[in-house]
Design a protein around this ligand. Structure first.
Ligand code: FES
Length: 136
């Protein structure tokens, strides 16, 4: 119906039990987001890293409405007033928590477990961490 096939949602259990540094927090513009693709050992998924001051939130880059990426151009996202908007049909999601705030989606974004330690944004193994942790 929308042209692009739905992509299978990656399972959090695919993450390794050790940590992996994704980037430095300073590489994420405050109040904005960047997109990354995890390497195959970490599941190979496209993810979004959103920054609000000293906090970072991570989600799969997959809209729950039609399974499309949320970016309007590769790695570029519409973020404003604590919300991120899917560029495809306009669903909005809370940066903090990923809940759906409006538009056609019926559920929220799926969080990716990360932590921020000494300025490094790190992917952590399933069950070890949680999205949105502040800098220690
Ligand atoms: S794919 Fe339809 S709102 Fe995101």
């Amino acid at each position: 119906m929308f042209g692009a096939p739905r992509r299978a949602r990656k399972c959090l259990n695919a993450f390794p039990t050790m940590t992996q540094t994704l980037c430095r927090i300073d590489e994420i513009p405050d109040g904005d987001a960047i997109g990354l693709t995890l390497d195959a050992a970490a599941g190979g998924a496209d993810i979004i890293l959103l920054r609000q001051g000293r906090r970072v939130f991570a989600y799969y880059n997959e809209c729950p409405h039609a399974g499309r990426n949320l970016d309007y151009a590769p790695g570029r996202f519409m973020v404003r007033d604590g919300r991120i908007m899917c560029a495809v049909h306009g669903a909005t999601f809370a940066v903090e928590g990923g809940e759906c705030c409006g538009g056609p989606a019926r559920s929220g974004l799926v969080a990716v477990p990360i932590e921020v330690v000494d300025g490094d944004v790190r992917l952590v193994g399933a069950g070890i961490g949680d999205s949105g942790l502040g800098i220690r």
